[in-house]
Design a protein around this ligand. Structure first.
Ligand code: PXP
Length: 234
């Protein structure tokens, strides 16, 4: 059975809109875990636009499942990862101007020492890359333990035949990752309509999903939230 990692960055994004204390992603992590999450995924960005250093520190103490820290391969993030020791570090590309992580990481020789150092610190290393066989081979050569396939392209397609083609690309990539002995992970843009098809491939071991779950949570909670406030106002 595939595992589900919940990305709680989106809760922190709402908090940061007011730079206040609510909603607290630490609470979100607890609720996610109580309802079946196998892992909590957070991305500490250089610009701290959502998850803050304080969240990372508290979550390390409160997460009862697994902590997956997404980060860029910078000296600052390497220091934080070696202090915090998440269960997994997922190396992602990061651009200041992007709204979210656009496109997979292009692995270069510079990643070799980053991966080695993280592994020496006892941290599992996953790399967030496109479903590209050459890049997957490179991930293996560099010592990655897992590959997270960037499913953004698949998620954005509308044409049925293009979707089928992309599913085939993901299927082949997933089998190649497994053949090379790495863990097969997928994420980005997955929602209540497009996830099932990838689950049915039966090869992806873990999904990391955030935006669609937090979006759904807004609507499943809105009626109660309004009615609670109505009681106060009356
Ligand atoms: N996996 C990785 C590596 C990501 O960067 C993201 C986006 O933060 C996700 C999964 C989750 O994507 P989404 O929020 O679109 O579900």
């Amino acid at each position: 059975m595939a595992k589900l990692g919940i990305n709680i960055d989106h809760v922190a994004t709402i908090r940061q809109a007011r730079m206040g204390i609510e909603p607290d992603p630490v609470f979100a992590a607890g609720i996610a875990e109580q309802n079946g999450a196998d892992q909590i995924t957070i991305h500490l960005r250089e610009d701290r636009r959502h998850i803050l250093d304080r969240d990372v520190k508290i979550l390390r103490k409160t997460i009862q499942t697994k902590m997956n820290l997404e980060m860029a391969s910078t000296d600052e993030m390497m220091k934080i990862a070696s202090d915090i020791k998440p269960d997994t570090v997922t190396l992602v590309p990061e651009k200041r101007e992007e709204l979210t992580t656009e496109g997979g990481l292009l692995l270069t020789n510079a990643h070799l020492s980053v991966i080695r150092k993280l592994k020496q610190a006892g941290i599992e290393v996953s790399v967030f890359i496109e479903p590209d066989l050459k890049m997957i081979s490179k991930a293996k050569e560099m010592g990655a333990d897992a590959v997270e396939i960037h499913t953004g392209k698949y998620a954005n397609l509308k044409d049925e035949s293009e979707i089928s083609q992309e599913v085939e690309v993901i299927r082949k990539a997933a089998h190649f990752i497994k053949k090379l002995g790495m863990r097969v992970v997928a994420g980005h843009g997955l929602n209540y309509f497009n996830t099932q098809r990838l689950v049915e491939l039966g090869i992806i071991e873990e999904f990391n999903i955030g935006h669609s779950i937090i979006s759904k949570a807004v609507f499943s909670g809105l009626a109660t939230a309004v009615s609670n406030m109505k009681t106060i106002v009356e």
